[in-house]
Design a protein around this ligand. Structure first.
Ligand code: CMC
Length: 375
């Protein structure tokens, strides 16, 4: 295998083309279907972004109304799934319960095996509509409370707060949450999206591809980082301890969660927009302590390691200030990334080739099998 050039972690490898999003490391920028994410976050709600990711164009007013009606209609998950969820171990991680619940949706949907673009788009909208209901119902059941039914009069982000807490917060809070959904929606061939595409490439079904995506996103090197960031901040506890804590971590060669990125080496395109939303949340919720800690950790990490924060660094404390349980942070990421994953599955299906790379063998040399009595 000496002569073989191995791209460990597939770093730097172009595995296919995509029309969905473009990550530009040179300029720290990201576009969905050609539109800069910071402009989408400022001017559109998440429903418009979801439509854009799937259809390639921003919706006209009537198209948006139709799309929103569809999303609102499909929110309820049915009593059968609620009954299944009641049996989940109360301390199971919400990413595991969500993975199982989405798998159950696939079991119950008579269209699961229909891989036509039309059927897959419908299933994608249904998953977008139902995943928040699962996440909120799971949160309530875990805490000994009854699930709250979705309210079709509320927008996507508002309805999620309603199903979690029984009330909708101030519009500024809803907007910060909505901005995070827009920023999490899509990011080219990241690990979970690539997982979904690998599954789609076998011509398996879209639910299987999403379930695989959820499994990949759970890990703290990927989506699980937003939870890990908040655990880390709670461990630091006091901004005065932040610098010493970080220097200790660096000395021990421990990873600092929410920093670094495989593609962005000079800053994550999404961070400035999300940092602004986090600062807004801190102002509303009196979270100055977390802002101070954020600034110290960011500054020290840059000075000592020249490593920038990634999107999970501001979303962690922002979700905490919104009142969400830490184990819900990565499931919230799923509520958004479901759009990117399913768009990629449909794109893979359009021009499919089985994804099947090679491995350079470096195990034992070939040898003879001996029967058990002679070994
Ligand atoms: N803390 C400390 N050192 C780091 C970190 C970090 N967060 N990130 C990178 N480094 C170091 C790394 O140890 C390596 O050092 P050396 O050259 O001495 O071995 C150097 O920086 C280069 O990093 P790398 O390991 O080659 O980078 P990678 O592309 O393989 O890893 C990463 C990217 C995201 C897995 C990594 O930066 C990491 O583990 N970060 C922490 C987890 C995290 O925040 N993940 C979220 C990723 S972005 C959003 C998302 O997917 O949700």
């Amino acid at each position: 295998s000496d002569a073989i050039d191995i791209k460990k972690g597939l770093a730097g490898v172009y595995a296919d083309t995509t029309k969905i999003s473009k990550v530009m490391e040179e300029t720290n920028s990201l576009t969905y279907r050609g539109y800069p994410v910071q402009e989408l976050a400022a001017l559109c709600k998440f429903e418009e972004v979801a439509y854009l990711i799937w259809h390639g164009e921003l919706p006209m007013r009537e198209q948006l109304m139709h799309f929103e009606r569809q999303e609102r209609e499909h929110r309820w998950i049915g009593d059968d799934l609620i009954e299944v969820m009641r049996k989940f171990r109360k301390t199971a991680h919400p990413m595991d319960t969500l993975r199982t619940a989405v798998s159950f949706l696939g079991v119950q949907d008579p269209e699961t095996e229909d891989n036509s673009p039309k059927a897959n788009l419908e299933k994608s909208i249904k998953m977008m509509a139902r995943i928040p209901t699962i996440v909120a119902a799971d949160y309530r059941l875990r805490n000994g409370k009854e699930p709250i039914k979705p309210d079709p009069k509320l927008g996507f982000a508002e309805n999620f707060f309603h199903m979690c807490f029984g009330e909708v917060p101030a519009p500024e809070v809803v907007k910060c949450f909505d901005v995070s959904l827009t920023l999490y929606a899509e990011h080219s061939f990241n690990a979970s999206t690539f997982t979904s595409r690998v599954i789609a490439s076998t011509t398996s079904d879209i639910y299987s591809a999403v379930v695989g995506g959820i499994g990949a996103l759970k890990g703290p090197l990927h989506g699980g980082a937003n939870e890990a960031v908040m655990h880390m901040m709670l461990e630091v506890d006091d901004p005065k301890k932040a610098e010493a804590w970080l220097l200790g971590n660096i000395a021990d060669k421990r990873l600092v969660m929410g920093f670094g990125h495989r593609v962005y080496k000079h800053g994550d395109s999404r961070v400035p927009t999300m940092k602004k939303a986090f600062l807004e949340m801190a102002k509303i919720k009196n979270g100055q302590k977390w802002v101070e800690m954020y600034e110290i950790l960011e500054r020290t990490m840059l000075a000592k390691k020249n490593i920038h924060p990634n999107l999970d660094f501001p979303t962690g404390p922002a979700y905490y200030l919104m009142g969400f349980d830490i184990p819900m942070f990565t499931p919230i990421f799923v509520m958004s990334r479901i759009t990117g994953w399913t768009a990629h599955v449909m794109e893979q299906n359009e021009d499919n080739k089985l994804i099947r790379p090679l491995a350079a063998y470096d195990g034992s040399a070939q040898r003879k099998v001996l029967p058990v009595a002679e070994r």
